[in-house]
Design a protein around this ligand. Structure first.
Ligand code: ATP
Ligand code: MG
Length: 352
């Protein structure tokens, strides 16, 4: 059984009296321990998908169709009490703004230690923290142990003076340190899945890379899966095993990072890659993706990318493509390569 199986998922927001679709027909499977990058332009629905999986959609957002099976349990039909058990413990969340997950009136150490105590009270403790617990168990009271484990988590996230950091309040830390603390907090319950929504976008580039490296090292050690939301394809290719490309509320392509970079098949992914600055050849001319992403709420007859796609034929404007596993002749490294395009799935040639 896969850790996460999102099937035929639709999510909509209500604005005024109108229901505005934000995600359409999302199918995404994540294996245990996998790091999946979710990429796409602004407004494509990346955060909505992360929030839907974590069951943290705002009050006006709702799953309108489909299922989100987490370790075999459908979260969309679970009760509030069941969901509370998942959130935090089995699914951790970290946002672009660390203050969204840190309590301003508690010290960093107090809040991480509290989360560790909650986790251990349920008897669900596993590998990494249990090891640490054993290390500190010699005569230390329970409170002291969870504090020591909190300091240990901060150290693992690359905080240079972890004991000092634990005694500080969130506002006393720099942006980078605050985000490290938020990640340590999200991982302190040893979740099976971490949803990380642009966790480093607000920080400067070198700090971003260091924090992501620390995060990836820690989750690999814990065998925690990560859905890493990013608009940066280089980040996705460097840190992720698989990449999911979202466009206007739909998944357009899904494959291993290597496959997406070396053999992108969806015309949108191809142009998205061509429009990214090339680190190896800064003089290379950037392709420009003309036009805007249609609002996911817009009802369109055919492919949602057709209006911007230089390869589009009439059929693309009238027939919506489905996300399908590509035929073997089109794949290079990944037989599970999935793509949403009539020109690639055989429909266009069959119709010609
Ligand atoms: P960004 O890269 O800018 O963070 P994103 O890919 O995360 O974008 P979302 O924030 O998921 O995109 O937004 C997807 C769509 O849902 C957009 O059309 C957006 O306007 C709409 N939307 C998001 N949040 C809400 C909300 N709380 N109420 C109404 N509509 C919303
Ligand atoms: Mg977002």
């Amino acid at each position: 059984m896969s850790l996460l199986e999102v099937a035929d998922l639709d999510v909509a927001y209500t604005r005024g009296n109108t229901r505005m679709p934000a995600l359409r027909d999302i199918n995404l499977t994540m294996e245990r321990g996998a790091i999946v990058g979710l990429v796409g332009e602004s407004g494509s629905g990346k955060s909505t998908l992360g929030l839907a999986i974590a069951q943290l959609l705002p009050g006006n957002g709702r799953v309108t169709a489909g299922t989100i099976a987490f370790d075999g349990t459908d979260l969309t039909s679970s009760t509030q009490a069941e969901l509370r058990a998942f959130r935090g413990k089995r699914i951790g969340v970290v946002f672009q703004d660390p203050s969204a997950s840190l309590n301003p009136v508690l010290t960093i150490g107090e809040q991480i230690a509290e989360s560790i105590r909650l986790h251990h009270d349920t008897g669900e403790s596993t590998s990494l923290l249990t090891e640490t617990l054993r290390k500190y168990s010699g005569g230390l009271a329970r409170r002291g142990r969870s504090w020591a484990m909190a300091v240990d988590m901060l150290a693992r996230m690359g905080i240079p003076d972890p004991a000092g950091c634990a005694r500080r309040f969130p506002h006393q830390l720099s942006g980078g340190m605050r985000q490290r603390a938020a990640i340590a907090m999200a991982l302190s319950g040893e979740p099976d899945l971490l949803i990380a929504d642009e966790p480093t976008t607000a920080l400067d580039v070198t700090v971003q890379a260091t924090i992501l490296r620390e995060l990836v090292e820690l989750v690999r050690e814990m065998n925690t899966s990560v859905l890493l939301v990013t608009h940066d394809l280089d980040v996705a290719s460097y840190f992720c095993d698989r990449i999911a490309v979202l466009y206007s509320g739909q998944l357009f392509e899904l494959a291993s990072a290597k496959e997406i970079f070396e053999n992108p098949q969806n015309p949108y992914t191809q142009r998205l890659l061509a429009s990214q600055p090339n680190i190896d050849d800064e003089s290379a001319e950037l392709a420009v993706l003309e036009g805007d992403v249609p609002d996911p709420a817009d009802e369109l007859a055919g492919c949602r990318f057709a209006a911007r796609c230089p390869e589009a034929i009439d059929l693309c404007r009238s027939t919506p493509p489905r996300l399908v596993t590509l035929p073997e002749r089109l794949v290079t490294h990944d037989r599970e390569h999935q793509c949403r395009c009539l020109l690639r799935d055989g429909t266009a040639t069959a119709a010609a």
